[in-house]
Design a protein around this ligand. Sequence first.
Ligand SMILES: N[C@@H](CCC(=O)N[C@@H](CS)C(=O)NCC(=O)O)C(=O)O
Length: 201
Amino acid sequence: MTAILYGNGQSRSFRCVWALNEANIAFEYQGIDKASLSDAFLKVSPHIKVPAFTVGDLHMSESAAIVNYAGNVSKHTSLIPSDVERRAQYDDICYFVMTELEQPLWTIGKHRFALPEEYRHEVMFDTAMFEFDKAQQALEFKLQGRDFAVGDEFSMADVLLAHTFNWAERFKMSIKPNFLAYRDRMYARPACQQSLRQVGA
Ligand SMILES: N[C@@H](CCC(=O)N[C@@H](CS)C(=O)NCC(=O)O)C(=O)O
């Protein structure tokens, strides 16, 4: 059974490439070209978005769910904490990244390039920057100066968090220096570097 991840560069699919590599899961990476979409991809992602992941009868198209799947099937048990309190902290950070930190970035992305032109409104940008800054302040409180998203070791929450800060830098957002240093440390991990090469970044 070959696992396939459909993706595009450093978009949200990169989180999944990185997570699968951290988890040591063998998979085939297929870069998506919107001009020539395969039937196999459309079957997994009828809404034509990446990431999309398939293994056997399992089809997934939510980046955080794919990241968690990789953590759950990995032999490295520390990638998703099992202790109830640690797991609660882990979920807290993961949901925060997906609903608070990422949201203003996607608002900017949608209004810069993803929406049909008639639905793009530049007036959204200031609000998104304000919201991103507020989310950074909340994160400062959540992390309490820790080196990792949860506890004192690397977990899949770090994949989501570091990737989102990398996305923010690519969008030229104003990022607190400690969060940029955190992103740099996480991106120096061998699995992340391998993933960058794999997607051709
Ligand atoms: N909630 C989904 C969002 C997926 C998504 O919007 N992916 C973007 C790339 S980062 C995409 O494929 N956009 C194409 C489009 O909006 O047309 C996830 O986290 O995986």
